[in-house]
Design a protein around this ligand. Structure first.
Ligand code: SAH
Length: 560
């Protein structure tokens, strides 16, 4: 919840605009400003104060307890010109909130945390627990000093400007290590603790066993991703409470799933009780990984708890990102976030150029020229399988005649895949032409590079007969010039010569051009590979210079 506090009439007006924009996220605190700030500080994750920064500093200073606990505080000035991230820029989310508030109110976000200003992700914003000299290593990154990354576990980190050697170090490890000066330790969620317990096992026994086993094995509890057990123990209080106290989810598997897992130490007791020869080892090993600690029993007598620890392989992350047709403001915020999240970017050189300025320092760019599609797809998947965060980019929507399918055809289920939709050429062109896609429509690629012409022709014919609006992608190239006239002829067998046709070249790019013509008048020579051609159905009309396909067919009745 975001608490909103204001003092003046202008402040209250801006406050009300924000409250109206985010009805479910905000709560207005009325009354004397001091009391309101104190109440909101205690009750909310974030505050937006329509007050002078000085006033807010004085009010919140006595309430501050620490970076990780304090709410994020944003101040908006009386004129509504600036949204200042005052407290809790990273952990409290105030930097992000200042940007969001700025967008709603038309105010300039003001962010002063150094890593944001230098466009680096803060070490405390990577989504992983971090220990050690965070301030020292952050400063070194900012000052461009050599910082080495020592990763013992593969993990899809965002880009960091790291070097092979350095007097500062970022360690990525799930092992217990001394944190030295000039060193931070990032904790990947790489450990799975399998747990078994007899009915009524006390939480102290379960938790004591887990903590003792981790300590003895030299493993950090901060790297535990989840506890795992058998379905029959999903409600066992000692296990449920242990997971809650470790602060991780409890996942459970059926006895059948666990019985199928090969384990070093099966036994008869769980087989009789829950129907699998192993609970702790099997539950930890279900989704693969390396058994670091085989089954151990608690020291109590009789022992009521068992546990085993597995290190699961780091899963890479492949984001397949559509960049939209060209213009920066048609690139979605989600696409932008994924581009900045990736440490490896794979794409066609001309598309990389389109977004290069958005990439964070340290991003590795693997660009290639036209035609190397399969190779790009393979490279992206290979990089992700090494545990990296990869973005594979394509223009428009990356799933439309583009990289998503070859990449996912290569990908195995050992990586995470995230798709980000983009504005495809047909939509970008449609918006320029008017409303050509107001009724059923289809896209057809006229490229017979990968598809026999007979197949393409059959589809054009089907669209013609079904009176569907058609957008042709890849309509014509230097070596491929007879396909478009042929396709238009087929459509003309079922549509009047006066049927509107929209031709849009380089939609949303600097040299954008668009023409509205007709089936009979279209000159194919004016069409190239940077163009889409949209042919209306029998109801499509030109109205005031715009191409309009009605939602139904009632215009058919009107005399020509
Ligand atoms: N993934 C892309 C399409 C790739 S196929 C998308 O979703 O838009 C390449 C064809 O798309 C080009 O030959 C052209 O027909 C069309 N195209 C892509 N971008 C375009 C743009 N900005 N303006 C017009 N046509 C475009």
């Amino acid at each position: 919840m975001i608490g909103l506090i204001s003092a003046t009439a202008a402040g209250a007006a801006a406050r009300d605009r924000l409250a109206a924009a985010w009805p479910d996220r905000t709560r207005v605190y009325e009354g004397p400003v001091g009391d309101a700030v104190r109440a909101a500080f205690a009750q909310c994750e974030q505050l937006v104060c329509f007050l002078a920064t000085g006033a807010v500093v004085r009010l919140v200073a006595p309430l501050l307890s620490g970076k990780t606990a304090d709410p994020g505080v944003v101040c908006v000035d009386e004129g509504g010109r600036f949204a200042v991230s005052l407290v809790g820029g990273h952990a409290g989310g105030a930097n992000e909130l200042a940007r969001e508030v700025g967008e709603v109110l038309g105010a300039e976000p003001v962010v002063t945390t150094a890593t944001d200003a230098a466009d680096l992700p803060g070490l405390d914003t990577l989504g992983l627990p971090v220990e050690g000299d965070v301030a020292g290593v952050s400063r070194a990154l900012l000052d461009g000093e050599a910082v080495a990354l020592r990763a013992e576990v593969a993990w899809p980190l965002p880009p960091l400007p790291v070097a092979a050697e350095g007097s500062y170090t970022i360690r990525l490890t799930d092992r217990l290590v001394e944190t030295a000066e000039r060193q931070v330790v990032l904790r990947p969620p790489s450990l799975v603790v399998g747990v078994g317990a007899s009915k009524g096992a006390p939480v102290e026994e379960v938790l004591g066993l887990i903590e003792g086993v981790l300590r003895e094995a030299g493993l950090s509890a901060a790297s535990v991703a989840e506890l795992a057990t058998v379905d029959a123990k999903a409600e066992e209080p000692g296990i449920v409470e242990a997971a809650r106290r470790v602060g991780v989810p409890l996942v459970t598997y059926s006895a059948g799933e666990l019985a199928a897992v090969d384990v070093p130490n099966p036994s008869d007791a769980p087989l009789a009780a829950v129907g699998t020869p192993s609970v702790a080892e099997a539950a930890a090993l279900v989704s693969g990984g390396e058994l670091l600690v085989p089954k151990r029993k608690s020291a109590a007598s009789p022992a009521m708890a068992t546990c085993a620890v597995v290190r699961r392989p780091g899963r890479g992350r492949l984001a397949v990102v559509g960049l939209g047709p060209g213009a920066r403001d048609l690139l979605t915020p989600r696409a932008k976030a994924e581009l900045r999240r990736a440490s490896v970017l794979v794409g066609l050189d001309q598309y990389v150029e389109q977004i290069r300025d958005l990439l964070r320092p340290g991003t590795r760019i693997l660009e290639s020229g036209l035609g190397a599609e399969e190779e790009r797809a393979r490279t992206a998947v290979e990089e992700a399988r090494k545990g990296r965060a990869v973005a594979l980019i394509g223009s428009g929507d990356a799933g439309v005649y583009a990289m998503a399918s070859p990449a996912l055809a290569e990908a195995s289920d050992d990586i995470d895949v995230v798709g980000v939709p983009g504005v495809t050429a047909a939509l970008a062109a449609g918006a320029i032409l008017g409303a050509p896609l107001g009724h059923d429509h289809v896209s057809i690629s006229l490229s017979d590079l990968h598809t026999p012409w007979e197949v393409i022709e059959r589809r054009v014919r089907a669209a013609a007969e079904a009176d569907i609006v058609v957008t042709f992608y890849n309509p014509r190239s230097r070596g491929r010039d007879w396909q478009l006239p042929k396709a238009l002829d087929i459509l003309a067998e079922h549509r009047a010569p006066t049927t509107p046709v929209g031709v849009v070249r380089n939609a949303s790019r600097p040299d954008e051009s668009a023409r509205l013509t007709t089936l009979a008048a279209l000159d194919p020579a004016t069409v190239d590979m940077m163009t889409v051609v949209t042919v209306g159905n029998t109801a499509t009309r030109e109205i005031a210079g715009r191409m309009v396909t009605p939602r139904g067919y009632r215009w058919q009745e009107e005399p020509e």
